[in-house]
Design a protein around this ligand. Sequence first.
Ligand code: NAD
Length: 281
Amino acid sequence: MVLLDGKSLANEIKDRLKNKVDDLNNRDITVGLAVVLVGEDPASHLYVSMKKRACDYVGIDSYSLQFDENISEDKLIEEIEKLNSDSRIDGILVQLPLPKHINTDKILSLIDPAKDVDGFHPENVGKIVTGLDGFAPCTPLGMVRLLEKYNLDDLRGKNAVVVGASNIVGKPIAALLLNLNATVDICHIYTDNLKEHTLKADILVVAVGKENLITADMVKDGAVILDVGINKREDGKIVGDVDFDEVSKKASYITPVPGGVGPMTIAMLLENTVKSAKQKV
Ligand code: NAD
């Protein structure tokens, strides 16, 4: 069994991006990412500070916009529109979840698709599904980079099974795996007999948020396992959705949690932001 080491690959990618940003800066071109945060959710604050640190490392100018929980939808729209027309900003990220009184879909679809480095705008979703060059969402894109790194990205004749069908992970990774020529099953909470599906998987992606959802009896010998889940145990330990100890005995490749898919997500946010800056030049 080989560990898919997202932490090392993310560091490698960040170093490469740092060189690219240096080159752009030497040509007087700056790279800027705006992160919009509404409210006081501690997890969101933590993610935003991690993103800021990663931007600092590669030399991307990060602009952090923090708003009160009670900001009106109209005011937030006004702020997004300002960022859309601000030439210093190449990427706009709205940290989710937004408070309930704000229509998330409306906000995400107002971001200029050319600055939509999270890949949630319907135009980018359409491009990804069609196989055109757009911004793919960071977590799914990070998984594709991991498959590429370990030469696992030729999926002709392979069965890929995605467990979890959210707009930010499950659906887009299914589209990307299909673009890599896999035969793709998408499972979700209403799927009957999950095991019947997962047992067919040469590549199994699990993005649910339920510890031990996937046990060894549900996995085919030699499968490649990408565990997206993040679950915090009472003792503070972070684990994925896959029973790592048992499943890793059967898998050919598997992502650890933490250190697998997670670090790749932030690296891809930076990659998308640099891509956007290069496109403006
Ligand atoms: P979500 O809650 O939006 O979607 C969960 C999906 O799982 C849904 O499609 C639901 O139908 C399905 N599901 C729920 N219970 C199921 C079951 N028993 N069997 C089969 N399917 C079931 O979640 P999300 O935003 O896609 O995130 C999923 C997990 O991935 C979470 O743990 C989240 O923290 C983690 N995550 C990690 C990263 C990362 O960078 N590593 C990024 C995003 C999300």
